[in-house]
Design a protein around this ligand. Structure first.
Ligand code: SF4
Length: 287
C-alpha cells in the first residue's frame, strides 16, 4: 500500500507551515506501514475527530471516519470499540477538545483502559477560532480572550494521563516526522488506551517551532525505562508546558499491558452479532 492511497481529494486549508501537516503525514505513513506488515486492516480502521483545525484529519484521510462534536471524540470512539472490538480505533483531538471540553472523557477512557489510540494535536491555542487560550497555553499568553495575558499556569497532560491510569503515554513533536510516525505506530499497536500528546506549532497564533526545536530530546535515546511509572512521572515533570525549560522529553514515557475495558465488559461477546434489542418494548416500559 502506498501512503498516497490514503489521501482524499479534499483541498487542504491548513496554514502553510502548520504542524498539522506532519501529523497527517505521519499518521498516513503509520497506517500504510502497519497495513503492509499485515498488522492493520485498513477496512477495519476507524478514525474520529473533534472540532478545530485538527478535525480536518477526517477530511484528508481516506479511511472510515467520523466527525464528532467539540470535546466529544473519546465518547463515540469508545462506542465504536465496544460495538466491534475487532476495529482499530484512532481518535484525533485538539488540546482544547481533549484537555478542555472533553477532559472527563479522556480521564475515564484512560482509567478504564479502553482500547483506543488518542492523538492530541497540542498547539496550545484555539486556532480555528483565531487564538484564544487553552488549558496548555503558557501563562501570560496574550490570546484573543486574554489580551492582557493568561493568568493561569498550563496543565501537564502527561502527568495527568499517568495519574489517570493510562497504559500508554507518549509525547512527540511535529518537527520530527520519523519519530512522530514511530510513536503513532506504537500507540496504534498498543493493546489498551494510548495517548500521544503531539507538540504542534500553530504558526499563525502561537509559533513554537524554534522553542521546541532547540529543546526536544528522545527519551528512548537516553535509555528511559518505559515500564517504570515513577520514572515516567519524573520525566513528565521535566517540563510543565511553560517557558524556561532547558530540555523537553519526547517519546514513550510509559507503557504497560493490562486487561482492556472491552475485554472486561464484553467477555468475548460480539455485540454486532447479537440480535437487535426490541427498543419499542424498552420505551413502552420506561417512558
Ligand atoms: Fe494550523 Fe494554527 Fe493555521 Fe490552524 S490556525 S491551520 S493550527 S497554523
Amino acid at each position: 500500500m502506498n501512503t498516497s492511497d490514503l489521501k482524499t481529494y479534499a483541498k487542504n486549508t491548513w496554514c502553510p507551515g502548520c504542524g498539522n501537516f506532519a501529523i497527517e503525514l505521519a499518521a498516513r505513513q503509520a497506517f500504510a506501514e502497519l497495513a503492509e506488515e499485515g498488522r492493520l486492516k485498513v477496512e477495519n480502521l476507524v478514525i474520529l475527530s473533534g472540532i478545530g483545525c485538527h478535525a480536518k484529519m477526517s477530511d484528508y484521510l481516506r479511511v472510515n471516519s467520523f466527525y464528532s462534536l467539540h470535546g466529544r471524540v473519546v465518547a463515540p470512539a469508545t462506542g465504536v470499540k465496544l460495538a466491534n472490538p475487532e476495529l482499530t480505533v484512532v481518535g484525533f483531538a485538539g488540546d482544547g477538545d481533549a484537555y478542555g471540553e472533553g477532559l472527563d472523557h479522556l480521564i475515564f477512557a484512560a482509567k478504564r483502559n479502553v482500547g483506543i489510540a488518542m492523538i492530541i494535536h497540542n498547539n496550545r491555542v484555539y486556532g480555528l477560532t483565531t487564538g484564544q487560550f487553552t488549558p496548555t497555553s503558557p501563562r501570560g499568553f496574550p490570546g484573543k480572550s486574554t489580551p492582557k495575558g493568561s493568568p493561569e499556569d498550563p496543565m501537564n497532560p502527561i502527568e495527568l494521563m499517568l495519574a489517570s491510569g493510562a497504559t500508554f503515554v507518549a509525547r512527540a513533536f511535529s518537527g520530527d516526522l520519523q519519530h512522530l510516525k514511530r510513536v503513532i505506530r506504537g500507540a496504534i499497536s498498543h493493546r489498551g488506551f494510548s495517548m500521544v500528546d503531539v507538540l504542534q506549532p500553530c504558526v499563525t497564533f502561537l509559533n513554537t517551532w524554534e522553542f521546541y526545536s532547540k529543546r526536544v530530546y528522545d527519551l528512548q535515546g537516553e535509555g528511559h525505562d518505559a515500564g517504570n511509572r515513577e520514572e515516567a512521572m519524573e520525566r513528565a515533570r521535566e517540563w510543565g508546558y511553560g517557558g524556561g525549560a532547558e530540555r523537553i522529553p519526547i517519546g514513550i514515557f510509559y507503557e504497560v499491558e493490562k486487561p482492556t475495558f472491552e475485554e472486561l465488559v464484553l467477555r468475548g461477546r460480539k455485540p454486532r452479532e447479537l440480535p437487535m434489542p426490541d427498543i419499542g418494548r424498552v420505551l413502552n416500559e420506561h417512558v
